[in-house]
Design a binder for this molecule. Structure first.
Ligand code: ZN
Length: 429
């Protein structure tokens, strides 16, 4: 933790900047940034980083540079139009501080669709603050984290502190659909000694995430007039057999996995079907069913092994059903293929963050694993950088109607992060 005088100065600087921080977050929320439409909000971020005196670089997401990478997830969006923003606060002389090195603060600016706007009390792009809550799509996930990270640096600038090791801020695109923005920065060679990804973690520090693999299952049946049902084979009925086996596999896998960092032992890496399309008409026996879902990956598992296990489960169902034996169901893996990732809970970055969180909130943060995919895995597994998730807001509100973030948490996160930057990078005042 920074010494008491410096700590008080940092807390005061963030408080003084709080109105500006919240206004910036409102401006971000009022700048919609659905996938492939992040340009305007990225300009906002780039201008703010430049205004703070950081050196701003842009990194395009080019499919051609990424598609050979083992972590590539084809999200189907425009190949070259998406820009990631990197702000670098370079150290004047390396090694002069007492910290552990350079640090990356990272956030994504893409947001998911607001869904049915009639479910929202006000426009999804309002950015309105009511009773201490700032509303809008992307407010919580994760423009709050991006704003808190930027204003943590603004507070240090205000105090005229100079980092002893580089601080880098990355504002990336495409996280929700596979993380191509983060991957683009990794492929271009951007590295730091550690990273904080400012996702909404509900005041928790998260050093591990489960993975998730998107799959499509195609089951073939045989069409017949519904009045002659028994002359046909219902692809939907056959799909139900497989669905049951997948649910049983899911239950077995969770029963065998024990990790105290997960609060709900049944929701670590679920297998879940999200869509099913089958049949042509109500009075025809369906000749095809196509289901799409996600298959969770437990921390420590390899994605090849998980794919093989799911494929084997489907094959085992087919092996005892004469129709499916003759017409084997097809499993395809597509779009998001997120690995799991984790770092040691005793990592020095976590120790510093815990101490600083306690100084701001007056209570120790929980250390938790998250069940969803995030950019964390790319930095840990492919950039070989220790990384954690930590940021304002509750992920339970992300992707929902009337998404919001408590304003107090955004300000608190800026304080915790600013102090952690000082601890990790060291400063020369
Ligand atoms: Zn997010």
């Amino acid at each position: 933790m920074p010494d008491p005088t410096l700590r008080r100065s940092i807390l005061r600087a963030v408080d003084e900047l709080a109105p500006e921080l919240i206004a910036f977050l409102q401006q971000m929320v009022r700048t919609p940034s659905l996938p492939d439409e992040e340009g305007p909000v990225q300009r906002l971020v780039a201008d703010k980083l430049a205004e703070l005196g950081l050196s701003v670089e842009t990194v395009p997401t080019r499919f051609v540079e990424l598609k050979g990478h083992p972590a590539f997830s084809d999200d189907g969006f425009s190949p070259d139009g998406r820009i990631n923003v990197v702000g670098r606060w370079l150290a004047e002389s390396q090694g002069a501080g007492d910290g552990s090195g350079s640090l990356l603060l990272q956030g994504h600016v893409d947001v998911v669709s607001p869904g049915d706007e009639r479910l929202w009390t006000r426009s999804p792009w309002s950015g309105d603050v009511i009773d201490g809550k700032l509303y809008g799509r992307g407010s919580c996930d994760m423009k709050a984290g991006v704003s808190a990270g930027i204003f943590a640096l603004a507070a240090l600038k205000r105090l005229r502190l100079q980092p002893a090791h580089e601080i880098m801020f990355q504002s990336v695109t495409g996280e929700e659909s596979g993380g191509l923005g983060a991957l683009a920065t990794i492929v271009r060679g951007y590295r730091a000694n550690a990273a904080i990804i400012l996702e909404p973690t509900n005041r928790q520090v998260c050093p591990l995430q489960a993975g998730a693999l998107t799959f499509r299952l195609t089951v073939t049946g045989k069409a017949a007039h519904a009045a002659m049902k028994n002359d046909g084979v219902s692809a939907i009925d056959k799909f139900m057999l497989i669905n049951q086996a997948l649910n049983e596999l899911d239950a077995r896998r969770h029963a065998a996995y024990h990790n105290p960092l997960y609060a709900n032992p049944c929701n670590v890496a679920p297998i879940s079907i999200g869509t099913i399309r089958g049949g042509e008409w109500h009075s025809t026996v369906p000749e095809a069913a196509v289901a799409e879902g996600r298959c969770g990956v437990f921390p420590g598992e390899r994605i090849e092994d998980v794919r093989a296990l799911l494929e084997r489960t489907v094959a085992d169902v087919a092996a005892i059903d004469p129709w499916l034996q003759a017409h084997p169901p097809r499993v395809e893996w597509f779009e998001g293929q997120f690995e799991a990732a984790e770092i040691d809970v005793d990592h020095p970055l976590i120790r510093l963050l815990r101490a600083n969180h306690r100084a701001v909130y007056g209570a120790e943060p929980d250390i938790r694993g998250v069940p969803y995919g995030a950019d964390l895995r790319l930095y840990i597994n492919h950039a070989h950088m220790p990384a954690i998730l930590y940021g304002p807001g509750d992920v339970a509100l992300a992707h929902t109607a009337n998404e919001y973030v408590p304003v107090d948490e955004v300000i608190a996160a800026a304080k915790t992060v600013a102090m952690t930057v000082v601890d990790w990078c060291g400063v020369i005042s």
